[in-house]
Write a new protein. Structure first.
Length: 161
């Protein structure tokens, strides 16, 4: 059973201690300062590093928007909108690689075996490379993707509520 109740959920993934990997959490932080924070049919949550615990946050939702740092051979800060069904259906956005050990694709593939998945959209922000030393700093290039990610999230939410 999910700890979230709203039919539409925005989940930010990442580690605040691994530099650019924390950009998904920056998006969540920014969304908490918008009109979205008070919508009763919308949950906005920090999902951490998106391990299998992510499946609990999907349970019972109609639509889930996942925001995460990705490596997709694009300039840092580039924002990609990826359908969850494309990740599951083998037409994966091929350069998509999560900055985590267990990718969102891995989690979703496991999830489809054990539960009914909601509609899923991934908003991926290109980080360019994985940080190997602990830091809380997010590069200015990657931070430029936050506003574009929020714009895409607004479109997703407005079409769902």
């Amino acid at each position: 059973m999910s700890i979230l109740n709203a039919p539409v959920r925005i989940l930010g993934c990442g580690s605040p201690l691994m530099g650019d990997d924390g950009v998904g959490l920056k998006v969540i932080e920014a969304l908490h300062k918008t009109e979205f924070k008070n919508l009763k049919d919308l949950d906005i949550e920090d999902a951490g590093v998106c391990g299998l615990d992510l499946l609990n946050l999907l349970d019972g939702a109609k639509k889930v928007i996942i925001v995460d740092a990705i490596l997709a051979d694009s300039p840092p800060g580039t924002v990609h909108r990826i359908e969850g069904k494309d990740l599951l259906g083998g037409t994966e956005f091929h350069p998509l690689v999560s900055a985590h050990d267990l990718t969102i694709t891995d989690v979703l593939k496991i999830g489809e075996q054990v539960q009914t998945l909601p509609e899923i959209v991934v908003i991926g922000i290109e980080i360019g490379s994985i940080v190997t030393e602990a830091t809380q700093e997010i590069s200015p290039e990657v931070l430029k993707g936050v506003n574009e990610a929020i714009r895409l999230i607004r479109e997703e939410v407005s079409s769902s509520l």
